[in-house]
Design a protein around this ligand. Sequence first.
Ligand SMILES: NC(=O)c1ccc[n+]([C@@H]2O[C@H](COP(=O)([O-])OP(=O)(O)OC[C@H]3O[C@@H](n4cnc5c(N)ncnc54)[C@H](O)[C@@H]3O)[C@@H](O)[C@H]2O)c1
Length: 258
Amino acid sequence: MRLAGKVAIITGAAVGLKGELMNFGGGAAWRFVEQGAQVVLTDIDDERGELTAAQICEAGGDALYLHHDVSDENDWARVVDAALARFGRLDVLVNNAGGGGGGSEITSDSSIQAFKHWMDVNCTGTFLGIRAAIDSMKEAGGGSIINVSSIYGMVGGPAPPSYLASKGAIRNLTKGTAVQLAPYGIRVNSIHPGFAFTARTRENFSKKEEAAVRLARVPMGRFATVDEVVYGMIYLASDESSWVTGTELVIDGGLTAA
Ligand SMILES: NC(=O)c1ccc[n+]([C@@H]2O[C@H](COP(=O)([O-])OP(=O)(O)OC[C@H]3O[C@@H](n4cnc5c(N)ncnc54)[C@H](O)[C@@H]3O)[C@@H](O)[C@H]2O)c1
């Protein structure tokens, strides 16, 4: 019960159907509840999000699903209000929703639209989340904000420019806001997963050649599981990390150390 009594909002948490491969957000929702938290799952994938929350409730957890476009300021206000109305407080925010698109190589005609879209979701979305959580966390006497970046927020590689730029921005947005919010007991940290086998990456990472190219860069020689990243989130969400703020938790099988 490492998260007993805590209320958490987890964005990008729709994909968490029992017995199926999950994504980080859906997997985190199950594990957070297992550790005693009450959770608000949000996403734009409403069908799966509702089903995931219903399954968590059926299993005895306390979960609420809300439609939420993280790049929309008004959606953030509605989500935080609904979380407070249902659970009365907010202790943890996991800014997990995100992704990339528009091709993994920079070329003279790389899509501006894709760049702007993913900057909006990954970077502006994280900014809006921090901003929306501040007042209620101050009221609760503190809180923990966990921003999901990537190894591609630290090093380069074959990823869309929007992804590299936005994940890098999340890294330093985390540090700057951590310094400013420390006096209020609000901790802000980033997580930097390497290549993980999730519901989203399964198709690509199941292809022999795609897997080999990636695993050649991973000293541990395999992909991360969803849980291996979620356990890092639990640590940062819990009081075990009460003096940890502004830091980067790299979970990458050694990739960035090599
Ligand atoms: N899987 C990996 O190998 C890996 C590695 C490093 C970082 N990450 C990061 O982890 C996070 C989760 O990724 P994942 O692989 O678990 O699955 P994912 O990419 O499918 O999860 C992201 C979720 O965000 C949702 N989403 C997309 N746009 C949204 C928006 N505008 N508003 C709200 N929700 C939106 C999607 O519907 C999806 O459920 C992402 O931020 C991703 O960049 C993943």
